[in-house]
Design a protein around this ligand. Structure first.
Ligand code: ADP
Length: 303
């Protein structure tokens, strides 16, 4: 079935991304809560139609580790993209000061399965793997969203700033056009996966902007410095080795999804009885307390 705006009752705003706003909506005919992303593009209708057609592939992207796609439509120069509502939000806001090893393993395994499914079944490379694009719900499920399905949409997004947090692999930053003709390969996603694991383990982006005088210095550290590692006081050798396999500087030497799944870190997760529901509840409570403290800190001193 095709979704249109008349069927939707708008609810609260869930967040703002680089390209648009995400709102919670209710799809009235089915009574299903959805998340609707608005992407503003200055394009003629023909291009918008091409984008909507390309997004159609997403109806086949059905897997436990992928945020479900319900449909897309456009009004004037905006594309509206409706997807499964994930009631615990994105991982970047749940990681707190870092997650325990069994939770990290479950996140890692979900992400690898999701990425492998996209590649093997749909021939899609994600291209934007980072904690903000990993969504969680109160059932303890972990799912990927925001992958690069539409070439037309990609071309139309104004990629003017790469932001102060780059998850791009060293070879992407260097733009090694001489040997890979600028094509994006799975191994670049594996780097971003490894960097996301470091961030989720640490509770913050591993190349903090305050350490570098500018973005150039930060990118230089990614390209020329040693890759970051998981904290040895918090994580086992097995976990650290797994992440290191993702963060090999040479893309040819980085692990494949199969190797990552067969590594003891994820083999152990298959039989681990980690309570994700409980972890999500705690992380949400922690996030709510932090938000409350932040709002109090903003009150004028005299009050
Ligand atoms: P970005 O462009 O930074 O990747 P998005 O525009 O995709 O960000 O999303 C902005 C925020 O909206 C996310 O950080 C997340 O908190 C929230 N969000 C996005 N999609 C969903 C969803 N399906 N369910 C619940 N919250 C979502």
């Amino acid at each position: 079935f095709a979704i249109n705006m008349d069927q939707l009752q708008l609810d609260e705003e869930l967040g703002k991304g680089n390209y648009g706003t995400v709102k919670k909506v209710l799809h009235k005919p089915t009574n299903v809560a959805m998340a609707m992303k608005e992407i503003r593009l200055e394009l003629e209708d023909a291009k918008l139609n091409a984008i909507i057609m390309e997004l159609d592939v997403l109806h086949r992207a059905v897997a436990p580790e992928i945020v479900e796609f319900y449909g897309a439509f456009f009004i004037e120069s905006c594309v509206y993209y409706c997807m499964e509502y994930m009631d615990a939000g994105s991982l970047d806001k749940l990681q707190g000061a870092g997650v325990p090893e069994d939770v990290l393993a479950r996140i890692a395994s979900s992400m690898v399965r999701g990425l492998k499914f996209l590649k093997d079944d749909l021939n899609i490379i994600h291209r934007d793997v980072k904690p903000t694009n990993v969504l969680v719900n109160r059932k303890g499920e972990i799912k990927l969203c925001d992958f690069g399905i539409s070439g037309e949409l990609d071309k139309s997004l104004a990629k003017t700033n790469i932001g102060c947090q780059s998850y791009m692999a060293p070879e992407r930053i260097k733009g090694e056009s001489q040997n890979n003709l600028g094509t994006y390969t799975v191994s670049s996603d594996v780097w971003s996966l490894g960097l996301s694991m470091i961030e989720i383990g640490l509770g913050r982006y591993p190349y903090p902007p305050e350490t570098y005088s500018n973005v150039f210095a930060q990118l230089t550290a990614i390209v020329h410095g040693d890759p970051p590692e998981l904290d040895e006081t918090k994580y086992s050798e097995v976990a650290r080795e797994w992440v290191a396999m993702c963060l090999r500087k040479d893309p040819e030497r980085r692990a494949s999804y199969r190797e990552l799944l067969e590594h003891p870190f994820l083999k152990k997760d298959e039989t681990s009885d980690v309570n994700m529901v409980e972890w999500v509840e705690k992380a949400l409570a922690h996030k709510a307390t932090a938000a409350l403290l932040a709002s109090k800190a903003q009150l004028p001193q005299s009050v």
